[in-house]
Design a protein around this ligand. Structure first.
Ligand SMILES: CC(C)(COP(=O)(O)OP(=O)(O)OC[C@H]1O[C@@H](n2cnc3c(N)ncnc32)[C@H](O)[C@@H]1OP(=O)(O)O)[C@@H](O)C(=O)NCCC(=O)NCCS
Length: 157
């Protein structure tokens, strides 16, 4: 994939993920997360069975980002479970767009509380979440397999 310059006006389209997207989603997972990537079975479950919102961002037909939000029955809480953007398409607003569109869709359905976790050393994710109006609720020690702490963020609409 070519590298897109910061400030580029390329507009991704955002749509629900389909089962045909599985290979591209798995590939993106591998590229974006060195550790703790989802496997085929987990993605399959999230696509078909889980109570979730699963969106992908595509540019010229190619999947360049995705977001998975877990939902629960009878509770207005939505947990952003995964968010990723292909390294060649970062810093042009795709992560932010995926978050905004998910929140807009879910707020129409009555979801009011949004939560997510990010590694303390994940500056890109932390800055993105703060810029989207999230605030740190708590710090969880040794949350990840590599021993890193995580921050739990929350946003109330
Ligand atoms: C975190 C991630 C999703 C951001 O996606 P993105 O499309 O590049 O983010 P955006 O272009 O929407 O950035 C919005 C804002 O977030 C912040 N931000 C994003 N990347 C940043 C970086 N590398 N360094 C510092 N701030 C950053 C900035 O405030 C940015 O606004 P600006 O570009 O006007 O300064 C992407 O870096 C990624 O996929 N990382 C690997 C996977 C991951 O860590 N996911 C999150 C945890 S599950």
């Amino acid at each position: 994939m070519r590298k897109v310059a910061r400030g580029s006006s390329l507009k991704p389209s955002i749509r629900p993920a389909k089962k045909e997207d599985m290979p591209a989603i798995l590939e993106l997972e591998k590229i974006c997360f060195k550790e703790e990537t989802f496997h085929k079975k987990q993605i399959g479950y999230l696509l078909k069975k889980a109570k979730s919102l699963f969106l992908v961002a595509s540019i010229e037909g190619e999947i360049v980002g995705s977001i998975i939000i877990l939902l629960r029955k009878h509770i207005s809480n939505a947990r952003i479970y995964s968010l990723n953007v292909h390294p060649s398409y970062r810093r042009i607003g795709i992560g932010s767009l995926l978050m905004k569109q998910s929140e807009a869709l879910l707020s129409k359905k009555g979801y009011r509380n949004f939560t997510l976790e990010a590694g303390v050393n994940n500056i890109a994710a932390r800055n993105l979440y703060i810029s989207e109006g999230y605030s740190v609720k708590l710090r969880m020690e040794k949350y990840y397999k590599n021993g890193d702490d995580a921050l739990r963020f929350i946003k109330k609409l």
